[in-house]
Design a protein around this ligand. Sequence first.
Ligand code: AMP
Length: 288
Amino acid sequence: MQVVRALTELRRTVEEWRRAGARIGFVPTMGALHEGHLALVRLARARADRVVVSIYVNPTQFAPHEDFARYPRDEAGDLAKLRALAVDLAYLPAHEDMYAPDHASWVMVEGPSEGLCSLTRPHFFRGVATVVAKLFHRVRPHFAVFGEKDFQQLRVVERMVRDLDMDVEVVPHPVVREADGLALSSRNVYLSPDQRRVAPALYRTLVETARLLADGRPAAPELAAATDRLRAAGFDRVDYLELRESATLRPLERIGPAVRGRLLAAAWLGGTRLIDNVPVPPDAPGAG
Ligand code: AMP
């Protein structure tokens, strides 16, 4: 596995692969790799001739009060995991090489980025869309794999690619979970043993609520009751718990016939914010 930090070296390698007709698969990550990330890498490995994984904790998607400085980092461990999966190239750009000091250009995606995580993280998707666009230009992949764990992010990236004519196929991967339902996340290491015991209530509550909403009843009272249950289970704050249409993320008051919904939530355990989502109806194909 090639470990590349310089853009010139990345470009040289990708150019050679493209000239040789290789199909390039890409998995962007912020590192601290767990089985959720590795499942995406395996999917890319199965579909590509060459696999690139980037590890970059992108500062522009964090607000000043957020956890950028303490975000978990484990470069040696990450590289060993990627080597074991026969990744061809790990791209670890230095911050100075990613953003010029006078960086001034941003990708703003409306529509799917509105509400949900933007309610409390208003600059988040601008940072995500911009860094993903930059990485796509650098890596020039034929396809890129994104996890449904970050469902709103997936929809934002899909919309950006379509609207800005990026020649990259966005391949979704279902949510990878612990045995008790908790979605794997690099941030789970922040949880105390007590918080870790409470955490699976997020997924459980989403699935229970998705089952209730599947019959088309009004969502608002069920969402309010589910929010109360999360608090009763031990969550300190619920940023949102909403029913949206799966494809567009437009808000839904209820599930209509032939409408695919997605129930999405963000909630806090102490200083740790967890997000999760499930399809509505819950047993629909692609269930996360
Ligand atoms: P991150 O390192 O958190 O930026 O995540 C990198 C990629 O891995 C994103 O596409 C995430 O959606 C995906 N990912 C993270 N956790 C999971 C999970 N538990 N299941 C599926 N995909 C995940």
